[in-house]
Design a protein around this ligand. Structure first.
Ligand code: MV4
Length: 450
């Protein structure tokens, strides 16, 4: 087992990994930028190394500085968290070259799943349901037009180096195709240095339902059921829940089996997520595979009662999985609390938290790194806390979320708490009747006068 793990991340996920390491008797090394000197993950780790100034490019993304920190503290493994270098194939490779265990996917796996057309071709070969579409990358516009006619409009153009909605265009008729083709390729070239595009039949008003999997070093995988992540704004998840209100036992078995098939076909090692698009007829299609722990992992932990960071560390240390699959015994909801102003287009609201009261009580979990007096730096993403409520039924979990949000006091910066409170009163949300289009129609009511 590892003696010392360096956490190459910050904020709540750094704290999350440190907590599990402590419970496992593993020493921890925090890395921090000058902007995070007063951050909790620095205080809770056994050792801490400053790796550079505030800009991520000069600190949390600076591979030589992170490797140096691991060398001087003699860390035998690195946990990358999510974001930053967690899906950087080069970083995974450099860790291996330095004989430091990267607690995540191999660089080959990250490359394979990072190229979306290759990932899809791999899944198709594995027998995982995929959206009908082009055979790999489109050669040129004539090929694009021929493929669109063969598939039939509406279609979705996607950048192979994209993901998370970047470099994607929905096209509803032939007269719009060439302009969409040109603009998507330019965006992909500029954004990723790779203008490779592929095409799929457009799935209208899909749900985003993902399956958590864990694969061990023997190539065996298990699943830990689903998370419904359909409530998104500009491809940013706002709230997630498990079980999905759209799920049936039959669909869960089918999707879980498909996710395991995907993981075992590629001999996936570690915690991963297989994302699916689900249409209104409950047909499901492979969308993307994420080779990292996800922000929303806590709701799975709460309903199957498994520590996913611990699972990651055990697998990375060569411990085989039990082979069992895990099914929800409770209902859990996560609201991502961001330092953003929902009444001003969710614009970031960094600054000092002058007063903080956090919710608690039975079934309430708060994963956060903030404290009263903490200054939220402007350099990083705006998520400051994940509020998770868990109960026997969906309605009770919602009631608990409403009560916890009402209790949650953050003074000094704006937060998305008021948005989430209104979400929990929305009739379509309460009915579990929502797709990825839900936020397009959501209207935030004006804030009440103080
Ligand atoms: C789609 C789709 C409809 N049809 N593919 C968005 C980001 C990336 N994960 C893939 N996405 C989509 N792919 C086909 N063939 C609709 C989306 C989509 C979406 C998917 C999941 C969650 C939110 C979304 C918001 C807009 C579009």
């Amino acid at each position: 087992m590892f003696k010392k793990i360096l956490i190459a991340n910050r904020g709540e996920i750094a704290l999350r990994v440190i907590r599990t390491c402590k419970e496992m008797g593993i020493k921890t090394v925090a890395v921090y930028s000058t902007a995070d000197k007063e951050s909790l993950h620095v205080r809770f780790a056994d050792e801490a190394v400053c790796i550079g100034p505030a800009p991520s490019s000069e600190s949390y993304l600076k591979i030589p500085h992170i490797i140096a920190a691991a060398e001087i503290t003699n860390a035998d493994a690195i946990h990358p968290g999510y974001g930053f270098l967690s899906e950087n194939a080069n970083f995974s490779k450099i860790c291996k070259e330095h004989d430091i265990k990267f607690i995540g996917a191999s660089h080959e796996m990250i490359e394979k799943m990072g190229d979306k057309a290759t990932a899809k071709a791999t899944m198709k070969a594995a027998g995982v349901p995929c959206v009908p579409g082009s055979e790999g990358i489109l050669k040129d516009y004539p090929d694009c037009l021929k493929t669109a006619k063969k598939i039939g409009f509406p279609i979705m153009l996607k950048a192979t180096a994209g993901g998370g909605g970047k470099g994607m265009r929905a096209v509803w008729s032939e007269d719009k195709l060439e302009a969409a083709w040109e603009s998507a390729r330019q965006e992909a070239k500029a954004g990723f240095g790779n203008d490779g595009m592929y095409m799929e039949k457009l799935i209208e008003e899909p749900r985003h339902i993902e399956i958590q999997i864990v694969g061990d070093q023997t190539g065996k995988a298990c699943h830990l059921s689903e998370r419904d992540c359909s409530v998104q704004r500009r491809h940013q998840k706002l709230t997630e829940e498990t079980p999905s209100p759209f799920m049936t036992d039959e669909l869960r078995e089918k999707m879980g089996t498909a996710a395991i098939k995907a993981a075992e076909y590629i001999k996936y090692e570690g915690a991963g997520t297989v994302e699916f698009l689900v249409d209104k007829h409950r047909n499901f299609y492979f969308m993307e595979m994420n080779t990292r722990i996800q922000v929303e992992h806590p709701i799975t932990e709460m309903v199957v009662d498994h520590d996913l960071i611990r699972e990651q560390i055990l697998v990375a240390a060569g411990v085989p999985i039990s082979g069992k699959n895990y099914y929800p015994k409770l209902h859990s909801i996560e609201c991502r609390i961001n330092a953003e102003d929902p009444y001003n287009n969710f614009r970031p609201s960094p600054g000092k938290i002058v007063n903080l009261h956090t919710p608690g009580g039975h079934g309430v979990r708060l994963d956060t790194h903030v404290y009263s007096g903490y200054v939220i730096p402007p350099n990083y993403d705006s998520m400051v806390a994940k509020l998770i409520t868990t109960a026997q039924t969906r309605q009770e979990a919602i009631n608990k979320m409403k009560r916890a949000l009402d209790e949650f006091v953050v003074e000094g910066v704006k937060t998305t708490i008021p948005f989430h409170r209104q979400l929990m009163d929305h009739p379509d949300y309460l009915a579990g009747n929502y797709t990825t289009k839900f936020m397009e129609d959501f209207v935030l009511q004006p804030e009440e006068e103080e």
